[in-house]
Design a protein. Sequence first.
Length: 131
Amino acid sequence: KEYRGGDYLIWAEWVNRNQTVIREEWKDGPKIQYGSGDPATANWEKILEGLRAGGEFEDIERPGGMAMAQVKSMKRPGIVKLITFLDADDLQLINSLVRALNHLTGENKPRVTAANKSQAKTEWELWLKTH
C-alpha cells in the first residue's frame, strides 16, 4: 500500500508543479475531429458498420459511439444520408439506422419489420420535410 501511495504522491506533485505548462500546451490544442463532417467524403461503410455494432451511442470508445459522433458532425446532411440507407435489404442494418435516427432526432419510431420496411423510409422522409 505504501508503494502505491508513494507513486500517487509523486505523480500528484508532478501535476501540481507542471499545471501551468500543461494548461499552456493544451489551451489552444487541436480539437478532436471524428470525421470529415461532409457526407460526400465520409466513409459510410465504416459508419454503417459502427452503427450496426450498436452499443451506447454516447460512449465514444464503442463503435456505435464513434459512428454517431461522425454523423453528428455532419448535422442535417448526415441525417439525410442515413435516411437514404433505409431501403437496404438487411433488416438488422435498417433497425440500427432507425435507432440511430431516433437518437439523433429525439423521435421514438418503432422497430422495422419486413412488413413495414417501406413505410419506415416514407415516415423518415416525411419527418425530413416537416423538420
